[in-house]
Write a protein that binds this ligand. Structure first.
Ligand code: HEC
Length: 468
């Protein structure tokens, strides 16, 4: 049945040559687990596209509704929290997998001639991915989203000559608001996907024209069995893959079946990891964006932490601009120019010590900054003045008589050790104003708290979280 259907389709659509082109691409040096990151990235891109489509069904891109629509997805929609989790952790996984992909290409010198164009398109794809991360971050319209985007837009404003223009384009109006949100939404779901689809296609088209690089030692490049400029010659229909030379038969193998298998295994593994994260690690919304609360300190996604930390050391009229645009701009230019700065055809690591050393230094720097940043964030939590004064109020009002925090205290009221995980700010404030309003029949007394005390006590409650 299936074979008949295939035969029919083949007779109409001439599928055989398509199948041959798709599956017979020779892999110099043979299939390897080290080549899986490109297809893993492609897989995650598809996952983001599909989960994004489902999120767009419920999401409403206006300041009045964005936050509530995301909350609705989280709490009401069937599998809503799971799909949002997949989209959130899928983005993180994408950064990891792209990082590994670039590392492999860098280590193998696969960006060198004749693959410069593929590398450049790859760098553009990286920039587009960052564009997705930046525009996507604003969409839930919570405090973090709002204030982190504010920081990002301010940074763009510091670029000389075009800064003011960039801010206008990004923000849409005088303030970060409705116009900004619909812009970011349109860019996130229409402009960027369209652009990235074209560039992904181009990236793969170039790959098929120049062929994969293969191992740094030997491979086909230097043997000239397969000239860089021309792909395998078209083969007549109905003939098996050509035995193109003894050496090539030994040194390379077709994409199908072993590489396809490895790629598939890794895609499945990546999906399993992302799904487990989506199911187990909650990604709660912060409070709804409040444009008048200038005291809020946003924390970026983990993959921007190194840069966030770097900015802390680079303040002032000279260092500031250096960190916000001179270094990032220079870095992107350096990445784009890499194949021309390091053009020798010898890809063996032993003859590329300087380039690899610089790459390693960069990585050490990034990881050191991430470590410092995590350390600072922990400190900040411990010494946040609102949290400290909230804790003092907690002691002063004798909450401990009825509540426990980490085993210390009474058991009249519920254990508050992790209250920050399941109550939000609005609920807590309402509860403290009048416990009866949220918990009818509560015996918890109404405490005479002023606004400042309410905020501080709430800040302390919200700091009581697992892992904090
Ligand atoms: C007389 C005992 C008593 C005292 C004193 C007391 N509480 Fe409570 N608290 C309760 C009881 C009982 C509940 C459960 C009913 C409710 O939600 O109001 C509760 C609930 C809570 C909750 C909600 C927990 C949840 O997630 O459902 C929080 C938060 C809380 N208390 C904080 C405090 C703080 C802060 C203080 C001190 C300012 C305090 N309580 C003082 C008895 C007390």
């Amino acid at each position: 049945m299936a074979s008949k259907l295939y035969a029919w389709l083949d007779s109409r659509l001439k599928l055989k040559p398509v199948k041959d082109t798709l599956l017979d691409e020779p892999i110099p040096g043979g299939a390897s687990w080290i080549y899986v990151f490109g297809s893993a990235t492609l897989f995650l891109f598809a996952l983001q596209a599909i989960t994004g489509m489902f999120l767009a069904v419920y999401y409403a891109p206006t300041p009045d509704h964005a936050y509530d629509s995301v909350r609705y997805i989280e709490t009401q929609v069937l599998f809503g929290a799971f799909v949002r989790g997949l989209h959130h952790w899928g983005a993180s996984a994408m950064v990891v997998v792209i990082g590994l992909h670039m590392l492999q290409v860098f280590l193998y010198g696969a960006y060198k001639p004749p693959r410069e164009a593929m590398w450049i398109v790859g760098v553009l794809l990286l920039l587009l991915t960052m564009g997705f991360a930046f525009t996507g971050y604003l969409l839930p319209w919570d405090q973090n989203a709002y204030w982190a985007t504010q920081v990002g837009i301010n940074m763009a404003g510091g670029v000389p000559f075009v800064g003011t223009f960039l801010v206008k384009v990004m923000r849409g109006g005088e303030m970060l608001g409705a116009l900004t949100l619909s812009r970011f939404f349109a860019v996130h779901v229409l402009f960027l996907p369209a652009t990235i689809a074209v560039l992904v296609a181009l990236h793969m088209f170039i790959l098929r024209r120049v062929g994969p690089a293969g191992p740094w030692s030997g491979g086909l490049d230097r043997r000239g069995k397969r000239p860089e400029s021309s792909p395998a010659p078209p083969r007549p229909e109905g003939q098996p893959s050509p035995p193109s030379g003894e050496r090539r038969a030994r040194r390379s193998e077709p994409f199908y079946p072993r590489q396809v298998f490895m790629d598939a295994v890794v895609m499945l593994g990546v999906f399993a990891v992302v799904a487990v994260l989506a199911l187990t690690v909650a990604f709660p919304l912060a409070d709804k964006a409040n444009p008048s609360d200038h005291s809020f300190i946003p924390v970026p996604e983990w993959y921007f932490l190194f840069y966030y930390q770097f900015l802390k050391y680079m303040e002032g009229p000279i260092l500031g601009p250096i960190a916000t645009w001179v270094i990032p701009g220079g870095f992107i230019a350096l990445l784009l120019a890499l194949p021309f700065l390091d053009p020798s055809k010898d890809r063996a690591p032993s003859s590329r010590r300087t380039v690899l050393g610089l790459g390693a230094l960069f990585l050490v720097g990034v990881f050191a900054l991430v470590g410092l940043s995590l350390h600072d964030l922990q400190e900040m939590k411990r010494t946040d003045p609102a949290v400290a004064s909230g804790k003092a109020l907690y002691d002063q009002f004798g909450c401990i008589g009825c509540h426990r925090v980490h085993a210390a205290g009474g058991s009249v009221g519920p254990d508050l050790s992790y209250v920050g995980d399941h109550r939000d700010r609005d609920w807590l404030i309402k509860h403290f104003r009048d416990p009866q309003s949220t918990s009818p029949g509560s015996i918890m007394p109404k405490f005479p708290l002023d606004e400042r005390q309410l905020t501080d006590l709430t800040a302390y409650m919200l700091s009581l979280k697992k892992g904090a």
